[in-house]
Ligand binder design. Structure first.
Ligand SMILES: CC(C)=CCNc1ncnc2c1ncn2[C@@H]1O[C@H](COP(=O)(O)O)[C@@H](O)[C@H]1O
Length: 219
């Protein structure tokens, strides 16, 4: 369909985007490219992702699992991050805070360090957009991973020319009851990692109380 005058107006209007999960910002086009690159991923998963139908919250997190399979190498992350930045810029975003959970993938040699480094590097000079990065902690992985991630984020905070600015706490809140049994995902177990992050100068962005569940709050 043709763009109306209003569409153009809103697209050109300078904007800030402060809540973009990298793997939650993958466009339809990029998704198709990724799927072509990984044809071994079975058919029904692709159609599930491309259908665009309404989803319950826990189903959204299933989609993330598929996207994570599609984006599992340095090359993939670079491609996705560049595309996401490009697309936000084309949408009139002038200041973008991207957040993403660093992952380690043995088969492709991806490390958490390289994951962050790759995103850090991908800002393209020719695009008129200011990009900052928040390192994300998946609450389901518990306090030890959280603390390791904070340390990694701190290293980048000190050495990445202001690109890494903060820490994000996220992860599927509908799975909290499982982590509660394992005593890992409860907010109170993550407090010390968050305190460390705050004390070293990382800004905090916290997902809290998205669902009604014990352990999804700090007490
Ligand atoms: C789908 C939807 C509307 C959810 C909104 N609420 C959310 N709550 C908690 N964590 C989230 C949410 N959306 C994305 N995330 C986090 O972002 C990750 C995907 O982006 P990334 O791999 O970190 O780059 C998910 O695995 C999850 O850890």
């Amino acid at each position: 369909a043709m763009d109306t005058e209003a569409d153009l107006f809103y697209r050109q209007l300078p904007k800030v985007e402060l809540h973009a999960h990298l793997n939650g910002s993958v466009s339809f086009e990029t998704m198709e490219t990724l799927i072509k690159r990984k044809p071994h991923l079975i058919e029904h998963r692709m159609t599930a992702i491309l259908s665009g139908q309404r989803r319950a919250l826990h189903e959204c997190f299933q989609v993330f699992k598929v996207i994570h399979q599609l984006v599992d190498s340095e090359e993939d992350i670079l491609m996705v991050a560049k595309a996401v930045i490009q697309e936000f810029a084309a949408d009139g975003v002038k200041y973008l805070e991207l957040r993403s959970t660093p992952r380690e993938v043995t088969e492709t040699g991806l490390t958490k360090q390289r994951y962050i480094e790759t995103i850090r590097q991908c800002k393209r000079e020719e695009v008129d957009i200011d990009v900052r990065f928040l390192v994300a902690v998946d609450r389901r992985h518990g306090p030890e991973v959280a603390m390791d991630t904070v340390k990694l984020a701190e290293d980048f905070l000190l050495s990445s020319d202001g690109i890494v600015v903060g820490l994000d706490l996220s992860g599927d809140p509908t799975e909290i009851s499982i982590s509660l049994i394992l005593q890992v995902g409860h907010g109170k177990y993550l407090l010390s990692a968050l305190e460390k992050a705050k004390n070293c100068g990382l800004k905090l962005a916290l997902h809290l109380s998205e669902v009604r569940a014990h352990g999804n709050v700090f007490y």
